[in-house]
Design a protein around this ligand. Structure first.
Ligand code: PGA
Length: 259
């Protein structure tokens, strides 16, 4: 497959600066050579600087977990894409299901954030995925394509390949119950077919689709071997350097050869 695998770690609200520095140091030791895999970690905002400094020139990119749609302004507590860019971020996660469910983000706000990320020169990782109730009702395809359609509104086709889509079924996040490789592949194929129908062929062919939801060293290889799964967005297992590295290796990363 021509698409370069992309493994990203979402640290969520774990690891303040001191603990983040320890984890980044452990990652730096493990990841002497990430091989042909793109790797990013998304620590909390307050830990971006320390992780960025520790992982400089390591091949691991810095990502943020969220951004505000405005470039600057009177938005107490918020952080803009432009600020994240200045802080060294390459990527930003947008529309994670926890943001949607716990912080009330709707498709329109997620769309504004995607556009803001691109404006700031960040590479958005747009998360989509259905809840258990939606899957039980047989609506997973409809939900995911609605989230895509709304989330990508106004993004020019030539900018789309700089995006990553993360398919994260909500019922699989943090539950230890991953989607099966076949279940994940089915939705990834749906997403790629949808992209192929909406945009010029190069978009569907080149845009990377990560799977997220209880990815662990034990299930990573089977998930990543599916033809339309181009990487993983990893929560819990990214907080352990050995587990995260095992997942990177499952995507084709090489083991460390020297310190
Ligand atoms: P998990 O989280 O790997 O802990 O299930 C994934 C995510 O929320 O991105």
């Amino acid at each position: 497959m021509a698409r370069r695998p992309f493994i990203a770690g979402n640290w969520k609200m774990y690891k303040g600066p001191a603990e983040a520095d320890t984890l980044a140091m452990a990652l730096r030791r493990a990841l002497v050579d990430v091989g042909a895999v793109d790797v990013a970690v998304a620590p909390p905002f307050v830990s971006l600087a320390v992780v960025g400094a520790r992982l400089k020139h390591s091949g691991v990119h810095l990502a943020a977990q969220d951004l505000h749609p405005a470039a600057e302004g009177a938005f107490t507590g918020a952080v803009s894409g432009e600020m994240l860019k200045q802080a060294g971020c390459a990527y930003v996660i947008v529309g994670h299901s926890e943001r949607r469910a716990l912080f009330g983000e709707d498709d329109a706000l997620v769309n504004q954030k995607v556009l803001a990320a691109l404006r700031a020169g960040l590479l958005p990782i747009l998360c989509v995925g259905e809840t258990l109730a939606e899957r039980d009702a047989g609506q997973e395809r409809a939900v995911v394509t609605r989230q895509l359609e709304a989330g990508l509104r106004g993004v020019p086709a030539d900018q789309l390949p700089s995006l990553t889509i993360a398919y994260e079924p909500v019922w699989a996040i943090g539950t230890g119950r991953s989607a099966s490789p076949a279940q994940a592949q089915e939705l990834h194929a749906t997403i790629r077919a949808w992209l192929g129908a909406q945009y010029p062929a190069f978009v569907g062919a080149s845009l990377r689709i990560q799977y997220g939801g209880s990815v662990k060293p034990a299930n990573a290889a089977a998930l990543l071997s599916q033809p339309d799964i181009d990487g993983a967005l990893v929560g819990g297992a990214s907080l352990d350097a050995d587990d995260f590295f095992a997942i990177i290796r499952a995507a084709g990363g090489r083991p460390a050869t020297a310190l």
